[in-house]
Design a protein around this ligand. Structure first.
Ligand code: SIN
Length: 475
C-alpha cells in the first residue's frame, strides 16, 4: 500500500512530516496513515510537472497511446487488488468496486485510441489571401481535484485524456480515499509514464494546497469533480490566473416514470439510478416523478426492491450496498429524511439509520412528497428515494427543471417518441431513456446549468485538455 506523496517520480513524506488517517467507513477502523502534503509540497509537484511536461508533449502520440494502453492492461490485471483497496477506503460493495476499476481502466484504453486522433484543420481564408491552419497543442500542466465516491474512475476520467493530449498533472485526491490514487500513480510508472508527468499530493488542507497550486506559474488548467459549492470556489480562485477549467459538479436528477412504462424495467432502472455505488453518485436519481395512475404500484414494487438490499462490509458475500462515507454524511441524510417525514412524507421502507456499526443508512423510499419539499432541493447523496406523483406532463417538466442543477435526467416510457420529446425538454447534459445508467467513456459526460462546465469522455474529453492555435499562413 502506497502512503507517501508521489512527486517527480519519487515517494516521499510531506515536508512537515504530518500524516492523516484513512478510515474504513464500514467498520470505522483506521486502515492507513497517509502523508499530508503541505502547500510547499503542492508547489514542488507543480515544479516537477512543469519540468516534465515539454518532454512528454514531445513524445510521439503513438508512444503516449501505447503507454496508456499498458495502463489499461495493468489496471485490469490488478482489478481485484484495486477493487479491494476501493472497498477498504470507500466502503462500496466489491462488485461495484470491480465495475469501477473496469470503468476507470477503460478511460486509458479509450484515450489511447484518441491520442493519435487529435485533429486540426486547414482551410482557405474567404478573401483567398492565405491559409487558416488550426491545431491543438496540450494546455500544459493541469491540476486535478477529485472526489471520494469513485476513488479510481474520477481520476482516470481526467488523467487519461490529459496524458493522451501531452499534459503533465498534479493530482489532489480526496482525504477520504487517497490510497487508490497513489496506487494508480504507481501503476502508471510501471506502464512507462516518465517521472514528473504524474504527481499525487494528498492533503488535509485543501484550500491552502489549491492556493499554492493555482499560484504556480506553470499551471494552466484546473479539472474538478465534486460539489457545486466547492466548484464555485475553485472557479473564483482559478479566475485570478484566468485558468482554463472543467467542472463536473452536483446533480439533482429527475427520474420520470410514465404510466405506459414497463414497470419492471422502471423499477430495475430506478434501483440502478439510485443505488449504484451505494447511492453516492452525482448521477443518482434524486426526485422520482411518477404518473399518478401507477404511483402506488411503482412505489410498492420499488420499496420491495429497496427492502431487499443487503447492507454490509463491501467484501462480504451478498452485500449490495455499503455505508455512507462518514458520520457527517450519515447525519445529513438522517436529518433530510426526518424533516421530509415531519413535512408529511410517508415512509414506504427504511427511514432510519441502520443499527450496525459503520455509517449505514437503510435504503428508503418516501412517497407523498411535494415537488418543492426541502428534500427535493438538495442532492441527497444517500439511499433515499422521494416519490412525487404527477398528472400533467407540462407541470411535471416545469417541476423537473425547477432546479439550478442540470446534470442528468431519466425517463421511462414505452412510447419512444414521447420519451424523446420529454428528454429534449429536460434541462440536463445527459438523459437515460429507459436506462438507469449512462456513464460510458465513449460518451460526453457533463452537465448544464450549475452542474458544470465542459465534458469528459467521448472525443470531446481530450480537446478539453488542448489549446486551439490558428496560424494564418502564406506560401
Ligand atoms: C460521479 O458521481 O461524479 C460520477 C458518476 C459516474 O461517472 O457514473
Amino acid at each position: 500500500m502506497r502512503t507517501q506523496l508521489f512527486i517527480g517520480g519519487e515517494w516521499r513524506d510531506g515536508s512537515d512530516g504530518v500524516t492523516f488517517d484513512v478510515i474504513d467507513p464500514a467498520t470505522e477502523a483506521i486502515v492507513a496513515s497517509v502523508a499530508a502534503g503541505t502547500p510547499s509540497d503542492a508547489t514542488a509537484a507543480c515544479e516537477s510537472a512543469s519540468a516534465a511536461q515539454p518532454g512528454w508533449a514531445a513524445t510521439a502520440p503513438r508512444e503516449r497511446a501505447e503507454i496508456l494502453r499498458r495502463a489499461w492492461q495493468l489496471l485490469m490485471e490488478r482489478q481485484d487488488e484495486l477493487a479491494r483497496l476501493i472497498v477498504l477506503e470507500n466502503g462500496k460493495p466489491l462488485a461495484d468496486a470491480k465495475g469501477e476499476v473496469a470503468y476507470a481502466a477503460e478511460f486509458f484504453r479509450w484515450n489511447s485510441e484518441e491520442a493519435v486522433r487529435i485533429h486540426g484543420s486547414i482551410g482557405t481564408a474567404p478573401s483567398g489571401s492565405n491559409r487558416i491552419i488550426v491545431h491543438h497543442p496540450p494546455v500544459g500542466v493541469v491540476v486535478i481535484v477529485t472526489p471520494w465516491n469513485f476513488p479510481a474512475a474520477m481520476i482516470t476520467r481526467k488523467l487519461a485524456p490529459a496524458l493522451a493530449a501531452g499534459n503533465a498533472v498534479v493530482i489532489k485526491p480526496p482525504t477520504e480515499t487517497p490510497l487508490t490514487a497513489l496506487r494508480i500513480a504507481d501503476l502508471l510508472s510501471e506502464a512507462g509514464v516518465p517521472d514528473g508527468v504524474v504527481n499525487v499530493v494528498p492533503t488535509t488542507d485543501a484550500e491552502a494546497w489549491f492556493d499554492a497550486a493555482v499560484d504556480h506559474p506553470g499551471i494552466r488548467m484546473v479539472s474538478f469533480t465534486g460539489s457545486t459549492g466547492v466548484g464555485r470556489n475553485l472557479l473564483k480562485r482559478s479566475a485570478d490566473r484566468v485558468l482554463k477549467t472543467v467542472m463536473e459538479l452536483g446533480g439533482n436528477a429527475p427520474f420520470v416514470v410514465f404510466a405506459d412504462a414497463d414497470l419492471d424495467a422502471a423499477v430495475e432502472g430506478a434501483m440502478t439510478a439510485k443505488m449504484r455505488h451505494s447511492a453516492e453518485t452525482c448521477t443518482a436519481a434524486n426526485r422520482f416523478f411518477v404518473e399518478a395512475s401507477v404511483v402506488e404500484e411503482f412505489a410498492s414494487r420499488f420499496a420491495a426492491a429497496m427492502g431487499a438490499v443487503t447492507l454490509g462490509v463491501g467484501t462480504d458475500d451478498g452485500v449490495t450496498c455499503g455505508p455512507l462515507i462518514h458520520a457527517g454524511a450519515l447525519d445529513r441524510v438522517t436529518s433530510l429524511v426526518d424533516d421530509a417525514v415531519a413535512a408529511g412524507a410517508r415512509v414506504q421502507v427504511g427511514g432510519k439509520r441502520s443499527d450496525r456499526a459503520g455509517y449505514f443508512y437503510e435504503p428508503t423510499v418516501l412517497s407523498n412528497v411535494a415537488h418543492d419539499d426541502p428534500i427535493t432541493r438538495e442532492e441527497i447523496f444517500g439511499p433515499v428515494a422521494p416519490i412525487i406523483a404527477f398528472t400533467d406532463v407540462d407541470d411535471m417538466i416545469d417541476q423537473a427543471n425547477d432546479t439550478e442543477m442540470g446534470l442528468i435526467g431519466y425517463v421511462f416510457t414505452s412510447d419512444l417518441a414521447k420519451g424523446l420529446r420529454v428528454s429534449e425538454r429536460i434541462q440536463a447534459g445527459m438523459i437515460g431513456l429507459n436506462r438507469g445508467a449512462v456513464s460510458d467513456p465513449a460518451a460526453p459526460f457533463g452537465g448544464m446549468k450549475q452542474s458544470g462546465l465542459g465534458r469528459e469522455g467521448a472525443s470531446d474529453g481530450i480537446y478539453e485538455f488542448c489549446e486551439t492555435q490558428y496560424i494564418a499562413t502564406d506560401w
